[in-house]
Structure formats: C-alpha cells, structure tokens
Design a protein around this ligand. Structure first.
Ligand code: F6P
Length: 366
C-alpha cells in the first residue's frame, strides 16, 4: 500500500431502511473512481467496529445493489461502544464501555475516516467517536425522518409509499364492510410517517405524538362520518401517539438497545375504545417492518446516491466531524453537533397539518 493511498470505512447503524445499499454503493464507487481509495465495509454497524469485523468492498460487490432493500453490511441497534451488551459468565447481560476497542480497530485498519450511515443514535455515537479522535462523516438515515439538521432522511419516502398503498388497500375493504380501520405506523417519537402517509392515503383521522387527542373528538369524527352517509373511517396512528392520559404504549424494554424502548400497540387500544364507545365494528392493522423492507423508491435511490457521493468526498478529503444533509434542495455538510440536538418532530403548525385540516382530516383535537 502506498503511504498516500486513502482508506475509508463505511458502516450502517441502527434499524435498517430502504436506500442503505444505495449509499454504500455511492460511497464506495466515488471513493474508488475519484480518489483511488480503498473502502472497508464494517459489518453489523458499530458491533463490527468493536469486534473487528470488516472486509474490503470491491467494485463488484457494490454493483447492482441500488434497488436492493436492507444493507449488504448488516446493521444493529445494540452496538453503542459506550453502552455495549456483554454476556457475563452466568449468562446475564452486562453493559460495558468498550469504546477503546472501536478506536483500536479504526487505527489497526489504518483508516483515514469513517462514514457512519444511521439515525439519531448513530449520530450521537459518531459525535463521541469524533471527540475521541476518530474522524467521522455521518449520513442521515431513517424511515422516521427525525434526524435534526436535515430536511429529509433517506428511507422516509419509501416508508410513506408503503403506508399510502396500505391505506388505499384497507379503505376498499373498510368501505365494503362499513368498518372503522385503524392503521398503526412506525416513527418512534415523531409523527412524520403518520402525517405524510395519512395525508397521501386520505385518512380521516391522523393521530401523532406532537398533537394531543381526546377520545370525544375521535368518537365524534367516527360518528359524524356515519351520519354523513360515509359508512367507513380510516385512521392512521403513529406508534408514538400519546393516549389521552399522556402515556405512550410500550411493547418492550430492552436495555441492550441504544434506545431501550420499543413502541407498539397503541392502534389496538384505540380500536378497542372506538368499538366499545361507538358500536362500530373496528379492525386494526400494524404495518410494522413492512415499512422498512423492500426496494427503495426512486426518490430514495436518488437521495442515497447524492448523500453517498458527498459523504465519500468529505471522507476521502479527511473532513470529519460532519453530517451531510439536504437543505432547501441542496446537499450541505453541517457539524455533527448540529445533527445531534433535539429530535426533529412535526411542528403542529406545519403547513401539511393545516392543509390536512382544510380537507377535513381530524387530528383528534378539535
Ligand atoms: O427507527 C426506525 C424504527 O423502525 C422505528 O420507527 C421503530 O420504532 C423501531 O425502529 C423499531 O425497531 P426494531 O426494528 O428494533 O423493532
């Protein structure tokens, strides 16, 4: 290896989403084509960095993967080097600080920079690694669209298109059977998927964490549609929507995860309340990981390519400590500190909320 040869690493952290392979492809091809650089693919997110699992990515390995869902590198949401789950001799899980192993592997692989593709958890880890002397370029990924500093994350558009199609399909059967149909979507603490998916599917009610709803308003909307002769109601609820008592429905707490809380189940509770209060037959569908699987939309393939090429150039030029982002249509780079602030949630005054209200969609609050 010549001393001038650039060597960069790439990893995908946190929950997967459509478009990850498009970024890996763009990072690798840009580094190889424009800088003659070597790209190391680190396996299973930060787990691979801690455990020393990586391999060199060839042009061939990253060819033909733009439309492929998932990530060829594997991912994990249990790989925070400062909060690393280790099985003790008695079989119980202990949480250890193993950041030194991650730093040692970065040095052992003689990397100049690391491209970390992930959501807010990955950006927090990236920032700590950067502070510890590991140059990092972040790429904002997640179906939740909640990473601060960017107008949009890749993966979001693909998830919204799944929700839109699901609501279209569920509406025809809801209409035939005169039912209330509750569709629970992902998004964690942000309501972007429910808002965009619900508006694109023409949902009658959209319930999101950022707008408190009351049972009276929800029941009134369902009954109102009946009296108007519209004998079915479509409700799109975000998994993080808060029940009127202010609580979120948690499916599981797993201390090994970067975020211990796994949300889920709010849709079933809403369906049960509606059926018993209004007497209208109600069904619930949880879209779950369908929103994360399968091929990316064309918009996500384009965004993944733009993000990946930009991130690769910064990494090959040794410009770490940043995250690439989309602002007003252009790709920019911002300090990791700006990408690790408060989550980017839906502003209740967002024009899409008011447009939805204008066409008669209720948010359960009025
Ligand atoms: O952050 C992406 C996401 O899909 C969230 O919308 C959801 O709450 C979570 O990940 C689910 O995580 P898991 O795949 O670990 O169940």
């Amino acid at each position: 290896m010549s001393r001038n040869e650039k060597r960069i690493g790439v990893l995908t952290g946190g929950g997967d989403c459509p478009g990850l392979n498009g970024v890996i492809r763009a990072v690798t091809k840009t580094a190889q084509n424009e800088y003659g650089a070597t790209v190391l693919g680190i396996e299973d997110g930060f787990e691979g960095l801690v455990e020393g699992r990586a391999h060199e990515l060839s042009h061939r390995e990253v060819s033909g993967i733009l439309g492929l869902g998932g990530t060829i590198l594997g991912s994990s949401n249990k790989g925070d080097p400062w909060h690393y789950p280790v099985e003790a001799s008695g079989g119980q899980i202990e949480i250890h600080d193993v950041a030194f192993k991650a730093i040692r592997n970065f040095q052992r692989w003689r990397l100049d920079c690391l491209v970390a593709i992930g959501g807010d958890g990955t950006m927090q880890i990236a920032r700590r690694l950067q502070d510890a002397g590991v140059p990092i370029v972040g790429v904002p990924k997640t179906i939740d669209n909640d990473v601060p500093g960017t107008d949009v994350t890749f993966g979001f558009d693909s998830a919204v298109s799944v929700v839109c199609e699901a609501i279209d399909r569920l509406a025809t059967t809801a209409s035939s059977h005169h039912r209330v149909m509750v569709v629970e979507v992902m998004g964690r603490y942000a309501g972007w998927i429910a808002l965009m998916g619900g508006v694109s599917g023409g949902a009658d009610l959209i319930l999101i964490p950022e707008i408190a709803f009351t049972w009276e308003c929800v029941f009134r909307k369902v009954n109102e549609r009946q009296t108007q002769g519209k004998r079915f109601t479509m409700i799109c609820v975000a998994e993080g929507a808060k029940l009127p008592d202010g609580t979120q429905v948690i499916q599981q707490i797993d201390p090994r995860r970067t975020d211990a809380k796994r949300l889920g189940g709010v849709g079933a509770q809403i369906a049960q309340q509606i059926e018993s209060a209004t007497g209208h037959e109600t069904r619930v569908t949880v879209l779950g990981h369908l929103q994360r699987g399968g091929p990316p939309t064309s918009a996500d393939r384009v965004l993944a390519t733009r993000y990946g090429a930009a991130a690769s150039r910064h990494a090959c030029q040794g410009q770490g400590g940043i995250m690439v982002a989309l602002r007003h249509g252009s790709i920019i780079a911002l300090p990791l500190a700006e990408a690790t602030g408060a989550l980017r949630t839906v502003n209740p005054d967002h024009d899409l909320v008011s447009a939805a209200r204008a066409v008669g969609t209720s948010f359960g609050d009025a």
